[in-house]
Ligand binder design. Structure first.
Ligand SMILES: [Zn+2]
Length: 81
């Protein structure tokens, strides 16, 4: 089973929180090794999750490119989540 970027993004929060099953986690790990986009999304999402958990003001992490953010927004809008 190979997964694409969109699938990684759908599960990124659960991945960070350790709520994905072992098989999916392995697939995401494998994808992240070769995909710079998803690595950036993972880093940014992890920061956002931490910020939300701490109830701090939402702020995009440094280095999170606007273009990447726009792409992620678009993809998430398309999936309805
Ligand atoms: Zn990717």
């Amino acid at each position: 089973m190979r997964i694409d970027c969109k699938r990684v993004w759908e599960h990124i929060s659960a991945y960070i929180e350790g709520e994905v099953d072992a098989e999916l986690r392995a697939e995401i790990d494998r994808h992240l090794e070769t995909c710079e986009v998803c690595c950036a999304v993972l880093d940014s999402t992890r920061n956002v999750v931490v910020l939300v958990a701490d109830e701090r003001v939402f702020e995009l992490p440094a280095g999170f490119s606007e273009r990447l953010h726009a792409r992620l927004d678009t993809e998430l809008a398309l999936t309805g989540s």
